[in-house]
Design a protein around this ligand. Structure first.
Ligand code: 13P
Ligand code: SF4
Length: 305
């Protein structure tokens, strides 16, 4: 079947998606035009769960590289497409498998908990994965009281305030979330006294200290839907505002910072999604030896959530 070039882009994407038996999974930080053609929009945990269960032959992953890798780890028989191969996550690149192996030698008794924002090679060296939605639960589920947490020091620090376990933190961070400042939240709370300040656990501890809630992006979406919430100060990447406003038309959402933009998330456009489905590339595929070891860490996480 040939798809007419005269049709609007979104319609061409949807037709081709059906032809390829593809599913389009989209992260909450993606551009509105991409969110609007998704089969499912969600946070990292929800998207991995969807990938693990899909019956489609092709997964078009609109997010960043580690997310597409996680889909490939869970679904080796499916074609996983990332519409821009340059959409990486700088935090994931702040630790290599070699560095982690060295650290494990220094801390031989520690259980390694790895944030999903990491490469497949790093996951393969880890005992269990976590996401921002389940990090506390994952750490609490472990028998060991000594944890090596990689690569996000701020998520790790947040978890350490919610558990009695000893956490060793790798000094990684998200360059987008460190742009969120406590003074901006304090000012907005004065301006909007009814508003709840909700921040992502990748934010710095001084930001978390002035927030009302600390939630994953999926947690923020659910929180915004509550009847008792009518105004929300949003401390995370700006892309989430599109979904918050679309799903809650009568409510007010105030971003903490207009600077909190993840340039990698914004590399995926509707045009690139169409092109990716037409050409069936760029494909993300994790080599089998690494995949099997990384899958053990991801499966252990999925078994407890
Ligand atoms: P979520 O899992 O909360 O969607 O976060 C992913 C991410 O990359 C945050 O920067
Ligand atoms: Fe990585 Fe930060 Fe972008 Fe999330 S927002 S993908 S942690 S750089």
């Amino acid at each position: 079947m040939t798809i007419s070039k005269d049709l609007p882009l979104a319609e061409r994407v949807l037709k081709l998606k059906r032809e390829r038996n593809a599913v389009i999974l989209v992260h909450n930080y993606q551009l509105g035009e991409v969110q609007d053609i998704a089969d499912f929009v969600g946070d990292s945990l929800e998207l991995s769960q969807k990938a693990a269960k899909t019956e489609a032959d092709v997964i078009v992953f609109c997010g960043v590289h580690f997310m597409a890798e996680t889909a490939s780890i869970l679904c080796p028989d499916k074609t996983v497409l990332l519409p821009d191969e340059n959409a990486g996550c700088p935090m994931a690149d702040m630790i290599t498998a070699t560095q982690l192996r060295q650290k494990k030698k220094e801390l031989p008794k520690a259980t390694v908990v790895c944030y999903v924002n990491s490469t497949a090679e790093v996951k393969a060296e880890s005992d269990i994965c976590c996401t921002s939605a389940n990090a506390v639960k994952v750490v609490e589920s472990l028998d060991n009281d000594e944890i090596l947490f990689v690569p996000d020091q701020y998520l790790g620090h947040y978890v350490s305030t919610r558990t009695d376990k000893k956490l060793h933190l790798w000094p990684g961070y998200c360059a987008t979330h460190v742009r969120i400042q406590p003074r901006d939240i304090i000012r907005l709370k004065q301006e909007y006294p009814q508003a709840k300040a909700v921040v992502h656990p990748e934010c710095r501890p001084d930001v978390i200290a002035v927030a009302d809630e600390v939630l994953s992006t999926g947690g923020m979406i659910r929180y915004a839907g509550r009847e008792d919430v009518s105004e929300m100060i949003v401390g995370t990447e700006l892309g989430i505002i599109h979904r918050l406003r679309k799903e809650n038309p009568g409510k007010r959402f105030i971003p903490v910072s207009e600077q909190a933009i993840c340039p990698n998330m914004k590399l995926i456009t509707l045009e690139k999604v169409l092109w990716s489905l037409e050409e069936m590339c760029p494909e993300v595929k994790v080599p089998e030896a690494i995949r099997l070891r990384a899958k053990t860490a991801v499966d252990r996480m999925l078994a407890i959530v």
